[in-house]
Every structure is written in structure tokens, then in C-alpha cells.
Design a protein around this ligand. Structure first.
Ligand SMILES: *Cc1c(COP(=O)(O)O)cnc(C)c1O
Length: 378
């Protein structure tokens, strides 16, 4: 087998999508897949076919979503640094909603819309100053983060709206962070949304977007291959107190695609330093950067081993950086050259964050459609 390679289980993806949709449909919630989690075209097409909308954070993601079959009116667009040409693309395609993150962006959108003579539908992204309690690099909703409008800016933005002829304001957007497993954070978000909607009742909003952020089980992917969407949406249903005329939207990324992908990699060398035994593998941080960037832990298993003995290993990549380490001091069956390892739960923020650092080859992917592929077996 050619390695390193992302292996995606399309059956698990389909089951995850169906579960999320069934649970969201109970409450009439609309889902937009966060494209940045994984923009592989087969994954995008699979999600588009299921009738999901798309949540994009760049003009190129909007184009990729359109090419994969997402309807323009199912696409929303967020980001603190949208360029003029990205905004122009969004308006001319006629996407559902632009999530605005600053007053200056709001004014630029109005100018571009006026020039194109096409009204832009917008929502204001608010920063609820709510700590999602995850790794600091993936927390987005506190006032130390660059995302969204603060309360003061919101007041100013609302005051500006009536003077912006080409902007149609429909509601509010939130996204507090990622890999959130403590549902209390979402309960707090629901309460915050209630207060905001009530406070701005005179604006008659018709749209509320609560972002993404639901986490996955990196420790035991085979025990919980599909996140608990039932509890997640129920937490919002129980706590949101807003008019039935307001449509409610979510933007799951990781929770939809995270568990359906494994990164398969081959052991190139086993070497023993004075202190540690290293398994040097052919995947590097350029293929999967999460461990280096967020100290993320991915479960690693040996595929098809006949070894009964176990040993402790640092699983490291070939890149010239000490952070190019997938795991430290983990127990694995005794490894030898050529063994294949599966790095689990790599379907989200894996391939989409990959690079060609060290001028390594681009990252490849394969697709399987199998039940019970949670334990690696190619
Ligand atoms: C990244 C992002 C998401 C998706 O987050 P997940 O944690 O992958 O669910 C949703 N909305 C916005 C605005 C984002 O930036």
C-alpha cells in the first residue's frame, strides 16, 4: 500500500450525516457543514448529496462548495478577514448569508452591493465572551479572541444598519470554539442567544446561527464513532427561548467528518535512543498537524500485527522539527519496519490542514465503504 494516505470510511460518514440530520430535523434546525474541517471533493460531494448547507470561510471554499453541488442559498460565509474579491464573489453568487465580523466589513459589503446593484443578506457575528473551555488555540468566543463583534461594536453596527441601503440584516451568528464536549457550554450559549434576541426584539430577526464546535471522542473512537447529536440538539431545544419565526442554524465540522478518516502510515525505522524507542513513520506533521499545533492526541493502532509482545514508543515523523511527533511513550505491539499504523480520528482538520512543508508530496486519500472499520484493517 502507498503511504501515507488518508483512508475515509464513506459508510461511517453516511451514518454520521444521517444521524445528525435526523436529530436536527426533530426541531427543524438547519445544518451547514463547515467546509474547512475537510474540503476533499468526495467528502464534500457526499455531504452535499445529503442536502446539507455549507459554511465557508474563504472565497475558494465557496467555489469548492458550489463545485461539489451545494446550492448557493445553502451557503453561509464567515471570517474576520474577508477580502473585497471574496465578498464580491459571495454577493454575485447570491449565497444565503454573510456573517459580518466588523463595522468596517459591514460598510465595505454595502459599497460592493451598491456597485453590483445586488442586495447582500447579512447576519452579525457576536462575540459572547464565553470561554468554551477547550484548548486555547481553538477557543474563539472570548473577548481576547479576534472573532465577532463585541457588545459595544454591536450597538454601533445596529445604529449603522438603517443607513446601509444595500444590506439586508436578518439575524445573529455565534461560534464559540471547537472540540467542545461539555454541553454546559452550549447551554450557556443558548442563554446568551436568548438574551441577545430579546434585547434586540425591535429588529425582528428571522435567523439565528449557533455555529459548530461539538467535539468527538479521540480517546476511544471505536466506542463512539458517531457523536451524540441527540443530546447536543436537545441541549439547545431545551434552553432556547425564541420565537418560532426565527430559523435556527448550526455549522458542524469536526463532528461530521472527524471519525470517518484514519491516516495510514508505514514504519520506516525503529530506533532506540538512550532513553526512548522511536518508531519513525512516513507520515509527518505536514500530513496531520494537529498533534504539533494543538498537542492533540490521536489513538494509534497497528494494522494487522502478528506481534504478541508490546513495547513503549514515540511515534515520530520524518520532518525536521521536534514537534513532528504523533505520540509519546505509548504502548504498541512490538513494531518492525514496514508495519502499518492507523492514526485514528483524523477526518477533520487533517487533510485540509496538510501542506507540502519540506517539499514533501501532496497528501493522498482513498475511500472505503465498510461497516465496522473502526479497528484498522485495510
Ligand atoms: C471552524 C468553524 C466551524 C466548525 O467548527 P467545528 O468545531 O469543526 O464544528 C463552524 N463555524 C465557524 C464560523 C467556524 O469558523
Amino acid at each position: 500500500m502507498e503511504t501515507p494516505v488518508y483512508r475515509y470510511n464513506l459508510r461511517l460518514l453516511e451514518e454520521t450525516l444521517a444521524t445528525a440530520q435526523t436529530e436536527a430535523n426533530r426541531y427543524n434546525y438547519t445544518l451547514h457543514y463547515a467546509v474547512k474541517a475537510n474540503n476533499n471533493s468526495t467528502i464534500l460531494e457526499t455531504i452535499a448529496k445529503r442536502g446539507f448547507g455549507a459554511d465557508c470561510v474563504s472565497g475558494n471554499e465557496i467555489t469548492a462548495a458550489i463545485n461539489a453541488g451545494f446550492a448557493p442559498l445553502s451557503i453561509v460565509f464567515a471570517g474576520v478577514g474577508k477580502t473585497e474579491s471574496e465578498i464580491e464573489l459571495a454577493i454575485s453568487i447570491g449565497i444565503a448569508c454573510i456573517h459580518v465580523e466588523s463595522i468596517e466589513e459591514l460598510q465595505l459589503i454595502n459599497r460592493i452591493s451598491a456597485r453590483l446593484e445586488k442586495t447582500a443578506t447579512i447576519a452579525l457575528r457576536l462575540n459572547p465572551n464565553l470561554d468554551a473551555g477547550t484548548h486555547q488555540h481553538i477557543t474563539t468566543g472570548t473577548s481576547r479572541n479576534k472573532f465577532g463583534l463585541s457588545n459595544r461594536e454591536l450597538i454601533q453596527a445596529v445604529d449603522t444598519l438603517p443607513s446601509l441601503q444595500w444590506v439586508k440584516f436578518i439575524g445573529f451568528h455565534f461560534h464559540i470554539g471547537s472540540q467542545i464536549l461539555d454541553l454546559k457550554k452550549f447551554v450557556q450559549l443558548a442563554h446568551y442567544a436568548n438574551i441577545t434576541v430579546r434585547h434586540y426584539a425591535q429588529l425582528n430577526i428571522s435567523y439565528l446561527n449557533l455555529g459548530g464546535g461539538l467535539g468527538i471522542d479521540y480517546d476511544n473512537p471505536s466506542d463512539s464513532p458517531i457523536p451524540n447529536f441527540a443530546e447536543y440538539f436537545l441541549a439547545f431545544y431545551r434552553n432556547l427561548r425564541i420565537s418560532r419565526n426565527i430559523s435556527i442554524h448550526f455549522e458542524p465540522g469536526r463532528s461530521l467528518v472527524g471519525q470517518c478518516g484514519d491516516l495510514l502510515t508505514k514504519v520506516l525505522y525503529v530506533k532506540q535512543s538512550d532513553e526512548r524507542k522511536f518508531a519513525v513513520v512516513d507520515a509527518g506533521m505536514n500530513n496531520l498537524i494537529r498533534p504539533a499545533l494543538y498537542q492533540a492526541k490521536h489513538k494509534i493502532e497497528v494494522v494487522d500485527t502478528r506481534s504478541l509482545a508490546v513495547d513503549l514508543y514515540d511515534v515520530v515523523g520524518p520532518i525536521c522539527e521536534s514537534t513532528d511527533t504523533f505520540a509519546s511513550n505509548i504502548e504498541l505491539p512490538a513494531l518492525k519496519q514496514g508495519d502499518i499504523l492507523a492514526i485514528h480520528s483524523a477526518g477533520a482538520y487533517g487533510e485540509s490542514m496538510s501542506s507540502r512543508y519540506n517539499l514533501r508530496d501532496g497528501t493522498e486519500s482513498i475511500f472505503v465503504d465498510e461497516a465496522n472499520l473502526t479497528l484498522a484493517n485495510p
